[in-house]
Design a binder for this molecule. Structure first.
Ligand code: SF4
Length: 348
């Protein structure tokens, strides 16, 4: 068994992990998981689409691409205050990280002032901030980092070998460059991929190898299951064997022992038993989607009920406990001062 953080995985080694008997693989993944994390904690992020659809890229799985005709309605960049309102709602349902996504090839200079205000506003609420805006230049990464952006998401999607079958408008190297710009600017990297695209076993290994052999492992690794959307080229793709999905989570956990492995897209299609198996395999982060930010939050309540049945606690935001404590003390002091300014007329 390997528990050390490695960056030199070979394809044969990764394939050997995938080929382990299922119980052996899960046992190994759970053992690695327990060496680095509380096995009964799951981090909760909320994802909000701040600019939807009309994307010039051609990612074959994505309903937001302008090249495919799907039912998705395109929307302009949201106003800052509307985004902050959603963030407040996310916080109220227990999210510790707020992820904002825009369907862009890359952010334009004219959008940056709004983006920065969103980052600053969400941070002031005591939540971690994450954005996914497409490719980033070195300068843009620096500016976002200075505004306090904690995480930047940019997925590798699949193996370098299969990549060209899925996307033609940007290269694998473009993606790697964005990841290093993000890392160099001092932000946390969130990067993972999608399974069920029609990739081979070697491609699933190749994706995890590309992530784990980066100079530093990503801090978050979202593993997505393809959600087939009518109108996209992958709408008729054959279903992936659910056990292959669980295996991918387990192998990601073993290869990147300190990363948060996130159960992402496709979770809504999974039953509770499948999700529990993913948690056992080492997934320790989930998304509450944006539609959960509306009244009632039935899906969030369903998640909370599942957590309760499994004895899982939401993980607290890192690095914010002191700030939250300071805020509470400041508010209490303010209240005290107010008390001193006004005398209580009822007493006399
Ligand atoms: S870049 Fe993002 S939003 Fe645009 S098509 Fe690809 S996955 Fe969809």
């Amino acid at each position: 068994m390997t528990e050390s953080v490695r960056h030199d995985w070979t394809l044969a080694q990764v394939n050997a992990l995938f080929a382990l008997p299922f119980n052996d693989l899960l046992f190994q993944a759970q053992t690695v998981h327990r060496a680095h994390f509380n096995p009964n904690e799951v981090q909760i992020s909320t994802l909000l689409s701040i600019k939807t659809g009309a994307c010039p890229e051609d990612c074959s799985y994505c309903p937001q691409s302008a090249r495919y005709s799907t039912d998705l309605e395109a929307e302009k960049l949201m106003e800052v205050e509307a985004v902050l309102e959603k963030a407040r709602a996310a916080k109220a349902i227990g999210s510790t990280r707020f992820c904002m996504g825009a369907a862009w090839r890359n952010p334009k200079d004219r959008d940056m002032p709004y983006i920065l205000k969103m980052v600053e506003g969400v941070r002031e609420m005591g939540m971690e901030t994450c954005m996914t805006l497409g490719m980033l230049s070195k300068d843009q990464a620096q500016v976002l980092a200075s505004a306090g952006l904690d995480y930047y998401n940019h997925n590798l999607d699949t193996s370098p070998e299969f990549y060209g079958e899925i996307i033609t408008t940007r290269t694998y190297q473009d993606r790697m460059d964005t990841l290093s710009n993000v890392r160099d600017a001092g932000m946390n990297v969130c990067s993972g991929g999608i399974v069920g695209l029609g990739e081979s076993d070697n491609d699933r290994s190749g994706l995890l190898m590309s992530l784990a052999n980066l100079d530093e492992h990503p801090d978050s690794v979202p593993i997505n299951m393809l959600v087939k959307v009518e109108g996209t080229p992958l709408a008729e793709q054959e279903d992936l064997d659910p056990f292959d999905f669980v295996r991918t989570i387990a192998v990601a956990r073993i290869m990147m022992p300190k990363a948060h492995v996130r159960l992402s897209a496709g979770r809504e299609q999974m039953n509770e038993q499948m999700q529990s198996m993913c948690f056992f395999a080492g997934a320790n982060s989930i998304f509450y989607g944006e539609k959960l930010l509306t009244t009632g939050n039935p899906d969030a309540e369903k998640d909370q009920a599942l957590f309760q049945r499994l004895g899982i606690q939401p993980e607290a935001a890192k690095g914010y406990s002191d700030e939250v404590e300071e805020y509470v003390i400041e508010e209490a002091l303010k209240n005290k001062q107010q008390e001193g300014k006004f005398y209580d007329a009822a007493v006399n």
